[in-house]
Ligand binder design. Structure first.
Ligand code: NAD
Length: 443
């Protein structure tokens, strides 16, 4: 296979992809708007330009990343030269969700191609307009036996999963993640699972409340709350809860106006099923703001809920929409009681001026990644790994890590012949003490 080893071929493919995605930028923005009214600003900020910068970074670094690396040898092997080779896995399957339907196809795809793999991608069927443009871009850029886009829904995904792959990269829900993991286990295929969960956002008494409210509203209602790392629920210290609620209401109005339905900056829920699911979360709840909805365009306004009970639906499942429950706490034991009800989340946020408190929370709870005094922005640093832990995912990517993820790290020791220390060879009699000493000195 030419693309497996030929670095120049990979690089040329990525350069061609860069030209094609730039040519299709307007088409992608329109498709994202047609699929769920994603505003052009968000489409550029979180999808198209994100991919352009990822491509440029990968093209710039591919030679360095792909080069075999010299590794400090073990003295036990003296004399030797040790290397790490980056080997492509072979055939890679990428299955993507609908919420950032363009970015979550191309970001892993770029890395898989850079690492020298053959790739099949399946975009989400819930964003058919974007899926069509993705298929067109891939068709125009790559030879079919190099990268292929297969459009379709669950049945197509299951047909693909039934085939044998050398690596599977899945982004989506926890439930489907389990199906993917089972299918992969059949052939012992390695997987990356980028999943979701219930992300807590803690606001303590010392927080800068005005800024906290602004940044929470941004992170929660971007993409109408349909973001895997959006704050799922707030845990607010009881002394500042009324003030924070006022500020959240103010910031929602500043961002989207009194009526978010006429705001050009507020997307829609992806489809009827998800829209109905969001409405069901509001049943029997105290709505502090929002709750307005229309069926024709799957609209649901930014909604704040007060103190839902822990056994209500909204506190049982990942919300993944513009509904934000606000719970108050008094002590750190209250926080633990609530956070420990859930599987390890994909992200966690803490708003505080108290560094000791922030550190305590970061070390006490397991979560994929997060921020102190902001939301979502850890995603933007390509030098930080992005991924979950436990039920929120397996594996992490971004930047060079994405290249490494799609490469088998092959370890090779080249032994020199000019010296051959005899201790390790049989017969062993009289050598036990020497091998012990050697192991202790040199390991
Ligand atoms: P989903 O799991 O329903 O679908 C994801 C993909 O799996 C789609 O391509 C779909 O066609 C396919 N699929 C659906 N059912 C399947 C089945 N039974 N067998 C095989 N394939 C199947 O997820 P979604 O609704 O598209 O996305 C929302 C979920 O994704 C949320 O839980 C969110 O937290 C998560 N998510 C995670 C990340 C991340 O980076 N960790 C990013 C975005 C979304």
């Amino acid at each position: 296979m030419i693309f497996k080893t030929d670095l120049n071929y990979r690089k040329q493919s990525l350069l061609k992809l860069l030209v094609t995605v730039q040519e299709h930028e307007a088409e992608i923005i329109k498709a994202l708007y047609d699929d769920f009214k994603k505003p052009a600003f968000e489409a550029v900020f979180t999808e198209t330009e994100y991919i352009v910068t990822e491509l440029k970074q990968t093209i710039k670094n591919i030679n360095k990343w792909a080069k075999p690396k010299w590794v400090l040898p073990s003295l036990l092997n003296f004399p030797s030269t040790d290397y790490l080779y980056q080997e492509p896995f072979g055939k890679v399957l990428i299955i993507a969700p609908w919420n950032y339907p363009y970015q979550l196809v191309f970001s892993p795809l770029i890395a898989a191609v850079a690492a020298g793999n053959q790739v099949v991608v399946k975009p989400s069927e819930l964003t058919p307009n974007t899926s069509k443009v993705i298929a067109k871009i891939i068709h125009k850029t790559f030879e079919e036996n190099h990268v292929k886009c297969v459009e379709g829904g669950t049945e197509i995904a299951q047909t693909l999963l039934a085939q044998r792959w050398d690596y599977i990269f899945f982004t989506g829900s926890v439930n489907v993640g389990k199906i993917v993991a089972k299918a992969a286990a059949e052939n012992l295929t390695p997987v990356t699972l980028e999943l979701g969960g219930k992300n807590p956002c803690i606001i303590d008494e010392t927080a800068n409340l005005k800024l906290a409210a602004k940044r929470i509203v941004w992170g929660k209602f971007l993409n109408a709350g349909q973001t895997c790392i959006a704050p799922d629920y707030l845990l607010v210290h009881q002394n500042i809860k009324p003030r924070l609620i006022d500020l959240l209401k103010e910031e929602i109005i500043v961002a989207y106006g009194e009526n978010a339905q006429i705001s050009p900056d507020y997307p829609r829920i992806i489809n009827e099923k998800n829209w109905k699911r969001q409405l069901a979360l509001l049943e029997n709840q105290t709505i502090l703001l929002g709750g307005q909805s229309t069926a024709e365009d799957f609209y649901l306004s930014p909604t704040l809920l007060d103190e839902p009970s822990m056994d209500s639906l909204v506190m049982k499942e990942e919300i993944f929409g513009p509904v934000l429950p606000i719970l108050c706490y008094e002590t750190e034991a209250d926080l633990e009681r609530i956070i420990s009800c859930y599987e390890k989340p994909l992200s966690l946020y803490i708003f505080t001026e108290n560094n000791g408190f922030a550190k305590k929370i970061i070390t006490k709870y397991a979560f994929g990644g997060g921020c102190v005094n902001d939301t979502l922005i850890h995603f933007a640093n390509k030098r930080l790994p992005f991924g979950g832990v436990g039920h929120s995912g397996i594996g992490a990517y971004h930047g060079k890590r994405s290249f490494d993820l799609f490469s088998h790290q092959k370890a090779v020791v080249k032994k020199a012949n000019w010296l051959d220390i005899p201790t390790r060879y049989a017969p062993y009699q009289g050598k036990l003490n020497s091998i012990k000493k050697l192991l202790n000195w040199f390991s």
